[in-house]
Each structure stands twice: as structure tokens, then as C-alpha cells.
Design a protein. Sequence first.
Length: 109
Amino acid sequence: MSLPKGDGSIAGGGERRGRRLWSDDEKRRIVAETFEDGASVSIVARRHDVNANMLFTWRRAFGAVASSETASAATFVPAVIASGSVSTTSPTPPSRPAGWRSRSRAAIG
């Protein structure tokens, strides 16, 4: 028995979507949007109808360019070691509110 061949549409009236082919220029442009200040990868992905995981994959592929640009802007801050006494005491732990009990108390009995 053979199954009837469909017309390529999805039950419910939607159309079947094929795999979208993006050019490298389009990918770079979309990835660049994710590196803008305040940008959200998921919002950029939705705007371009791309899965956010795919966009993260593109970021890894093209991210070397973006990270090398930001790495060149990094600077070092000199460390200064002061002469004199250094405190060797540990900081005191924060105080607990009144009535606080640990949940890790084992039952005795």
C-alpha cells in the first residue's frame, strides 16, 4: 500500500519551509548586530527568522574577527605593591538573622 503524496504543505494550512541559505555577507551583517551595545542574540535571531543557536554558531565562526578587534583595545593596569604591614586576618563572615537555622542538620536519634 502506498501513502498519498502531499502537496508540501503542513497540516493546518501552513507552508513547508525549506532550509534557508545565507551568504557570508548576510551572516556577518547579522552577527555584527549581536555585538552592538545592548543587543540580545535572541531578539536579533527572531528579527531575521534564524534560530538563536545558529546565530551563536555564526558568532563562533566569525567571532575571531570581533574578538581580535576588542583585544587590541585592551590595556593593562600596573600593579602597585605597597610597603608596610599587610593584614593577614580573614574577613568576618556575614551575620545571620535571628532565628536562622541550617537546613543541613541531621536528625539525631
